[in-house]
Design a protein around this ligand. Structure first.
Ligand code: MG
Length: 375
């Protein structure tokens, strides 16, 4: 069998590096045909030497100047590079345009970029259907649900249960949450991640985004989505069937698991990472999320229910609030206050295209900035 041709977007980030680690381990299964980086040309040069591809994109203008004789535009690069699957590990709204380009080409899209689905899920799925493209989630929870639904059949799913690590403040008292510092929030127990997603994990905004993502990806109303706090991150998510029984997907926490399933889809992946070791004690503790103390989670459910522009407004407001928190301009609890204030506005007009999505995004960010300045 010909090796699967893979493009990696955001190759210097953690998703990108994990993907390349897999490609490196299975040279007969996969070939890397090109990558994009934001500005890390050192990583790019090393990959060009190792995998000898000639197509690439550099998204930061100053870094792209190092390659004056080549067109380094991300969308052109996606359009002109041969691929069977594209792994999108680009952070933020820039990843959305890339997702759209992959789908328009009718390719398989391994999607780690949450913003793509949160902001434009409806549009992306419509386009995917039109072009015969497939969207394979790489978020560990959604990868688990995706595989569990495939195993049991969409018709038999009553509910999905997304697991959450609970973040570093899971056991902090309501009073103590008022005094959370930036340093407290940047500690995270299980996954190794960037600052934005680390804050989102601490505030449960990350889980809120995942609720919105799940509602969209699996066409489920939010009242059929539940969140269970599970600090050891061994159970990646669960489905409850119509008869009431619950099925779970378990493995040691490692992002390479969901990436590998996306890369090998629709085939069952060969043995790669160490499976769970049942010769030692395993902690499978679950508890309900503290909705009152972590209001961003409830706001995520609300956005998933109201749809239209609400998920975009939620995402934009939270992003602005997190940036303000990282710059020590607001307190931890104000992350939710600012997002809630922005969501009070009217976002009932559903966006019809990419430019309307970006308009709602800009509008929500402007409002968020106004509330941040008032704080
Ligand atoms: Mg996740």
């Amino acid at each position: 069998m010909e090796p699967k041709k893979v493009i990696v977007l955001g190759a210097s980030g953690s998703i990108g590096q994990s993907t390349i680690d897999i490609i490196r381990s299975f040279p007969g299964h996969f070939s890397l045909t090109g990558v994009s980086v934001h500005k890390n040309t050192r990583v790019l040069e090393a990959l060009k030497t190792e995998f000898s591809f000639t197509r690439f994109a550099v998204t930061e203008p100053a870094a792209a100047e190092q390659y004056p004789h080549e067109n380094r535009n991300l969308i052109d690069f996606i359009r002109n590079t041969p691929a069977d699957i594209v792994i999108n590990g680009i952070a933020g709204a820039a990843g959305l345009e890339a997702s759209l380009a992959v789908i328009e080409k009718g390719l398989c899209l391994g999607l780690a970029n949450k913003e793509s689905i949160v902001m434009a899920g409806c549009l992306l799925q419509k386009e995917a259907e039109k072009h015969g493209a497939e969207i394979i989630p790489i978020d560990s929870e959604h990868s688990a649900v995706f595989q569990l639904i495939r195993a049991h059949g969409q018709a038999h799913i009553a509910k999905i249960i997304l697991t959450a690590s609970g973040g570093p403040f899971r056991t902090w008292s309501t009073a103590a949450l008022k005094n959370v510092t930036l340093e407290d929030a940047l500690k995270h127990p299980t996954w190794n991640m960037g600052a934005k997603i680390t804050i989102d994990s601490a505030s449960l905004a990350n889980k809120a985004l995942e609720v919105i993502e799940a509602a969209q990806l699996f066409s489920l109303p939010p009242d059929r989505i539940q969140v269970a706090v599970h600090p050891s991150s061994i159970v990646h998510s669960m489905v409850q069937l119509t008869g009431g029984e619950v099925y779970a997907q378990l493995s040691p926490p490692d992002m390479r698991n969901p990436i590998f399933s996306a890369l090998t889809y629709p085939a069952e992946p060969p043995r790669y990472l160490e499976p769970l070791d049942f010769s030692r004690p395993l902690d499978l503790h679950f508890e309900p999320p503290r909705m009152d103390d972590f209001p961003l989670l409830g706001l995520g459910f609300l956005a998933a229910e109201k749809k239209a522009g609400y998920p975009i407004a939620f995402n934009a407001a939270n992003e602005e609030a997190v940036a303000a928190f990282l710059n020590r301009r607001i307190q931890f609890l104000q992350l939710a206050d600012i997002t809630a204030a922005v969501m009070q506005h009217d976002w009932t007009a559903a966006p019809a295209d990419f430019s309307q999505i970006m308009q709602i995004d800009v509008q929500a960010r402007r409002l968020a900035q106004r509330y941040i300045q008032k704080e």
